[in-house]
Design a protein around this ligand. Structure first.
Ligand SMILES: [Zn+2]
Length: 115
């Protein structure tokens, strides 16, 4: 289950993002962006976060996950499109050199801290 490693990284980043001048900070909500191809199982991630955020400012924070679609770019014909299935062949020139633009990210977009 690689979600535990991801959860640990996210917690480190989130804790570092909390301003130092807040006394007893409490994070209400954690907004995440996760790419469709990042292969993160949402309930596993939620479960791991629940375990490791115990007794931290992130305890009981709600998770809001924004799933990022997979977008690719063809370096040969310079077209960009969203991949709906797992076919990565360029639909424009058929034989292009395709690179992925989004779809693998795992990042925190923002934290909502209780007043
Ligand atoms: Zn192309």
């Amino acid at each position: 289950m690689h979600e535990m490693g991801i959860a640990q990284q996210l917690v480190q980043i989130a804790l570092a993002a909390i301003p130092d001048d807040i006394e007893n900070p409490k994070v209400e909500k954690l907004n995440l962006r996760i790419g469709k191809l990042a292969s993160v199982v949402e309930h596993s991630l939620t479960f791991c976060l629940e375990i490791i955020t115990k007794d931290t400012p992130l305890e009981n924070a709600r998770l809001s996950i924004d799933v990022v679609p997979v977008r690719v770019h063809c370096k040969t014909c310079d077209n960009e499109w969203e991949v709906k299935d797992s076919v990565f062949k360029c639909p424009f020139c058929e034989d292009g050199d395709v690179e992925m633009l989004t779809g693998r990210e795992i990042e925190i977009t923002s934290l909502e801290i209780a007043e």
